[in-house]
Design a protein around this ligand. Structure first.
Ligand SMILES: *Cc1c(COP(=O)(O)O)cnc(C)c1O
Length: 410
């Protein structure tokens, strides 16, 4: 078994090498021609592997799908134009009106908004405190088909009860979907805790440079699709392990059409080569900034799984290789949040995360503004909460920037 980075960097060569190219070439052709029309028909009917139309498969995107599958030590992956398209396709294609899902209440804001839309369209959603398996267990009812959690929740960094929920889902025969965006397969492989399906927003740590959007769904191979009632007859082929992803590819990617472009796939594949290096540095930088902020008298609280006082510190230490690049903190009410943010020079006020640059965002006023004060309060989002996504800069520059910005309140 090769190491994580070795596998990524040499992955393209383990497949068909085109012209000795060390990177998978970028293929722009939308359509593919066949000498024998019967081959075209066989590809269409799934009896033969090959390419038909770019909305469903493309060689460059396919190479990235294999890379992600390898990173997650799993069976198969499908790429999408964004992480949201991946999540939307997963729910849309696997659940039906009358079904129910249990979701962590600590969710990426747009995922929360999306699940509410599904809720209005006949799919029941219960939002629970997924840091404890008990809350998930209590919310399960006879219509429940799926449990959805994030590894480290954004922005308050709650860590879901990942392994206990995995055992519960296996016991009850439920699909277990884990959004691994915040940890990425370098820090954590959801397959190890029994996940059925893994979501990654490729826009964040895997792509890393903040230069391309993308998303992926990966099937770990743990779930037995033969027991899942919502697979259409035409997708119940001889290989039962492929039923779920075949339906997602056909009903989600092909019919909905949120396909990843070959250019974006190439950018993301390039970025992914340095995932381990970046995320190690980003985790170190996050830890250094958290220790600085925690010691400052004008900072009320710092939320980071790497800190001893984090409620799930022990769980995070046991499950994750490092504690990640994302943390948040509450300024003392005496500190003007806008004055503080505007005084930062290196750290940029911006909404992305997982970028090489360190980014800061006032949470309640931006990514969580739409959900209203009540739901924010239930999620523990204070008006003075700032989320930081650490980049790969030198740590002394970041601490210097924070020191300068805090100087009026020191
Ligand atoms: C950003 C993000 C997404 C959505 O990904 P996009 O590529 O921006 O659509 C989903 N889940 C989590 C945890 C995220 O941080």
């Amino acid at each position: 078994m090769k190491g994580f980075t070795t596998k990524i960097v040499h992955g393209d060569r383990s497949d068909l090498i085109e012209h000795g190219s060390l990177h998978k070439p970028v293929h722009h052709s939308v359509a593919y021609g066949y000498e024998d029309a019967r081959d075209l028909a066989a590809v269409f009917q799934g009896r033969q592997s090959g390419y038909s139309y770019g909305r469903q498969v493309n060689p460059t995107v396919g190479a990235l799908e294999k890379k992600i599958t390898r990173m997650e030590s799993s069976r198969e992956s499908i790429c999408f134009a964004t992480g949201m398209a991946a999540i939307g396709s997963l729910i849309f294609t696997l659940l039906r009106s009358g079904d129910h899902m249990v979701s962590s209440a600590y969710l990426f804001g747009n995922t929360n908004s999306l699940f509410n839309s599904f809720g209005r369209n006949g799919i029941g959603v219960s939002f629970v405190d997924a840091t404890s398996v008990d809350a998930v267990r209590e919310a399960i009812n006879p219509s429940t088909k799926l449990v959805f959690v994030e590894t480290i929740a954004n922005p308050r960094t709650q860590v879901a009860d990942l392994d206990a929920i995995g055992e519960l889902c296996a016991e009850r025969g439920l699909l277990y979907a884990v959004d691994n965006t915040m940890t990425s397969p370098y820090l954590f492989q959801p397959k190890d805790v029994g996940a059925s399906l893994i979501i990654n927003s490729l826009t964040k740590y895997i792509g890393g440079h903040g230069a391309a959007l993308g998303g992926a769904i990966t099937d770990t191979g743990h779930f037995d699709w033969r027991h899942f009632p919502n697979i259409d007859e035409q997708y119940r082929g001889p290989d039962t392990e492929r039923w779920g992803l075949t339906q997602i590819r056909k009903k989600g990617l092909r019919d909905f059409g949120a396909s990843l472009s070959p250019d974006a796939a190439h950018q993301i594949a390039l970025g992914s080569e340095t995932l381990a290096l970046r995320l190690t540095r980003q985790s170190d930088n996050a830890g250094a900034m958290c220790r600085f902020l925690q010691a400052h008298s004008a900072i009320r609280r710092v939320y980071y799984p790497g800190l001893d006082n984090h409620p799930q510190h022990e769980r995070a230490s046991r499950l994750f290789r490092h504690f990640g690049g994302l943390f948040s903190f509450e300024l003392d009410s005496a500190v003007d949040i806008w004055a503080f943010l505007n005084k930062l020079n290196i750290i940029v006020s911006s909404s992305n995360l997982g970028d090489n640059r360190t980014l800061a965002i006032p949470v309640a006023h931006t990514i969580y503004s739409e959900m209203g004060a009540e739901r924010r309060a239930s999620m523990g989002i204070d008006d003075n909460l700032i989320r930081i996504s650490s980049g790969i800069e030198e740590p002394e520059d970041l601490i210097g920037d924070l020191t300068d910005a805090m100087s009026p309140w020191s």
